[in-house]
Design a protein around this ligand. Structure first.
Ligand code: MOS
Length: 750
């Protein structure tokens, strides 16, 4: 008898789509070969606010190959009601509608689409379109916009955010505190910069149907959005996003290139592709700029007595994008008095958007710098300070967590890092001409679970297909689906095909919020369990009924393509034999995983979060003030880990982005022109390989059967939270210089 062999949950299976990606077999939105394709290139508005007075497209139309110059004057009909343009993640306000009318709302806004037989002709002609504007005064400067800051009323829609009720009296406690930290903390505007630019290929089938290959984080979100915006029937719109070259939130909502490509296809009744240029990518989704006033009070022992926070983030004039900035510190630390305030400030840009761990990476990150400052005030080791103020419960709402292994993350991370060897005084560690600093920070994110459906189809030869409309934005969803199926039915991964990224597949939300693995995983498991039930029933028809005595599939192990009686492993039936005996050519089921009643009760009574402890070593050149991040240990408590290999990659990516946030990433805007200035990779800096040295990831043990069906909490976002703060805190330890605004560029260290 062979030992049972199973590639189950917890196995470091290599990414199942890896070979397709590195060999180019994986197709992205702009790579689909579609017959008679036209290419659209957007003409960007040259002003930040005002009206289009006239458009002269004669020169553009004269270019050989140009088919049409589409503007608000000749575009096809589209819905004029704002609610028709709402997508799954819409936020309060009026969604942007490209080529809707003569209004210019932000610089770089697409105001015309030149459509030609070749991309080159379209691009050349786009530069020839002459547009006259009636410009109005604009403001794109965040500090100026603060004069107009406000908090929209609480609405029914998602994505409104209001700070929690205060607890205690933070003001009085601060006044009375023995130790005080008070300051303004800032985060610059950042852009997502996924590798794949936003792109849509709209295939016109000529029978009223279109297929849209879209770079987006949710195929069905784009499907219902296009149906609403262009008054199409959903069944006539199929959206495919089988591969997505990174998103980070920039593709949570359908973006303007899909509007334009669809509009062009409808106008010309032909297939149209629109790809944003890298520069144009900077004129849409970006992380809001933030200012965060933080006041902390503590006793001499380091016990926090007061937390006060007041934050403002940037949005556009037409939509109210809000983030949860001020609650994270209030939730994480045990402190009797806490108070939070929040507003948004409108400016004449495109709407800010969710970007990897939106709100948390800003709010928790900046707060963790203030916490570090207070630890120095109290002359307590920064890690010890966090232990002193550790909260077993979610401190803001005073509810328990389904699980919280942050203490273990601190402990295991510190041990791996060698934190005990740290010399407490700033500027006290040095090697050659480099000052060495060690810093720590805490990360926190939500563990979410969204209603998701999946289908499982087992063929008579033992091949299994699992399918869901969910996405894989590089996070590993294909692999998670394969692995959960392999685990549930005991099949080898090479007999399993995972399909996703197609609106025709069973319903799934956008991939975001770190909920995909927990939600899609649960749906795949349910579907595979249904298959297992049917196999079990069929096995009863196998000669001599080897599984006799088993009451349900829980009495069986599914391994090596067989059902094995747990009580007597010599008794077994292969899946294919069971199907044959049952006269089944195929078993196909679809199931939906969604929070049930007990989950709802649990959600109301308990907090569900991931946590992390990030330890960072920096080396700062004393003469040049150049910062190197030489070591990072990120210890993560995120429930059950489906695949340690892809999970580690998620955290590595988060850490790299966190280093970018700490040291490099910042988009500057020209107040006069209203335009983003460093709108390219040469001037918008993201970490390169040379910036990344030793990064170590730990997953601490955190069993949590309550949080989601698989005990999974999600990993897409937690890796970035806390990383930038740990770098900032390490820089203080190295240099003695406290920088309260990110990124910490060289000029701030001089
Ligand atoms: Mo994420 S910001 O939910 O893609």
């Amino acid at each position: 008898m062979n030992a049972p062999h199973k590639v189950g949950i917890g196995t470091p299976l290599a990414r199942v789509d890896g070979a397709d990606k590195v060999t180019g077999r994986a197709k992205y939105a702009a790579e689909y070969a579609v017959p008679d394709l036209l290419y659209g290139v957007a003409v960007p508005a040259r002003i930040a606010k005002g009206r289009i007075v006239s458009i002269d497209d004669a020169a553009a139309r004269a270019v050989p190959g140009v088919v049409e110059v589409m503007t608000h004057e000749n575009r096809p009909k589209q819905a004029w009601l704002d609610h028709s343009w709402k997508d799954e993640l819409s936020i309060p306000g009026d969604p942007f509608k490209a080529l809707h009318d003569d209004r210019v709302l932000f610089a770089g806004q697409p105001v015309a689409l030149v459509i030609a037989e070749t991309f080159e002709a379209a691009r050349f002609a786009a530069g020839l379109v002459q547009i006259d504007y009636d410009a109005e005064a604009h403001n794109v400067d965040f500090d100026t916009s603060l004069a107009e800051k406000f908090l929209p009323p609480k609405g029914m829609r998602r994505n409104t955010f209001h700070p929690p009720k205060a607890r205690g009296d933070a003001g009085a406690a601060f006044d009375a505190a023995a130790l005080k930290v008070s300051g303004e903390y800032r985060l610059a505007t950042e852009h997502h910069n996924p590798m794949e630019m936003h792109a849509s290929t709209v295939e016109w089938h000529g029978d009223g149907k279109i297929t849209v290959y879209d770079k987006v984080q949710g195929s069905q979100n784009t499907q219902s959005y296009l149906a609403g915006a262009f008054k199409l029937s959903k069944k006539d719109v199929r959206v495919v996003n089988a591969y997505v070259g990174g998103g980070f939130g920039s593709g949570l909502r359908p973006q303007w290139q899909v509007q334009l490509a669809t509009m062009g296809a409808i106008l010309l009744e032909r297939s149209v592709r629109v790809v944003m240029t890298r520069q144009q990518m900077f004129y849409h989704a970006h992380r809001p700029e933030c200012t965060y006033e933080i006041r902390l009070g503590a006793e001499h022992t380091g016990k926090l007595t007061s937390i006060y926070g007041d934050a403002t983030t940037s949005t556009s004039r037409f939509e109210n994008n809000m983030e949860d900035i001020v609650t994270w510190g209030m939730m994480n630390y045990d402190c009797p008095n806490a108070e939070g305030h929040y507003t948004i400030a409108p400016r004449d840009t495109y709407t800010s958007a969710d970007m990897r761990a939106p709100g948390a990476v800003t709010g928790m990150g900046l707060f963790e710098i203030a916490i570090d400052e207070m630890a120095y005030e109290a002359k307590v080791d920064p890690l010890e300070f966090r232990m002193i103020n550790y909260s077993e419960t979610e401190a803001m709402n005073q509810v328990p967590f389904t699980s919280k292994a942050l203490r273990e993350a601190y402990r295991e991370g510190a041990e791996r890092f060698g934190w005990a060897e740290r010399s407490p005084e700033p500027r006290s560690m040095k090697e050659d001409r480099e000052l060495i600093g060690w810093g720590v920070a805490t990360g926190m994110w939500d563990a979410q679970f969204s209603k998701t459906s999946a289908r499982a189809r087992l063929s008579a030869n033992g091949d299994l297909e699992v399918a869901s409309a969910t996405s894989d934005i590089g996070t590993g969803t294909y692999t998670v689906m394969t692995q959960v199926a392999a685990d549930t039915l005991g099949l080898s991964p090479d007999r399993i095909t995972a399909r996703l990224g197609d609106s025709d597949l069973p319903a799934a939300p956008v991939e975001g919020g770190s909920w995909a693995a927990a939600s899609t995983g649960a749906a795949v498991q349910l579907a595979c369990r249904s298959v297992a039930e049917k196999l079990f029933k069929a096995a009863d028809k196998v000669e001599n009924r080897p599984l006799w005595g088993a009451q349900s599939i829980d009495d069986l192990d599914f391994v090596d393509g067989e059902m094995v009686l747990k009580s007597d492993p010599t008794k077994r039936v292969s899946l294919t034999d069971a199907m044959r005996a049952g006269g089944l050519d195929v078993i196909e089921v679809e199931e939906t995983a969604k929070p049930g009643l007990s989950d709802m009760v649990s959600m109301a009574k308990k907090a569900r979060n991931t946590h992390s402890a990030v330890f960072v070593e920096v080396r700062v050149d004393e003469e040049l003030d150049q910062v190197r991040v030489t070591r990072v240990v990120n210890a993560v408590a995120a429930g059950r880990i489906i695949n340690p290999r892809t999970a580690r990659s998620q955290i590595l990516g988060g850490v790299v982005m966190g280093i970018g946030m700490a040291l490099h990433e910042e988009t500057f805007i020209d107040a006069t022109l209203g335009r983003w200035m460093n709108h390219n990779y040469a001037e918008y800096h993201v970490p390169a390989h040379a910036d990344i040295e030793d990064v170590d990831v730990i997953f601490v043990d955190e069993p949590d059967p309550e949080v989601t069906p698989l005990g999974v909490k999600g990993l897409g976002e937690i890796g970035i939270v806390g990383t930038a703060a740990a770098v900032a805190n390490a820089i203080f330890h190295a240099t003695g210089k406290r920088v309260r605004s990110l990124p910490i560029t060289v000029d701030k260290l001089l």
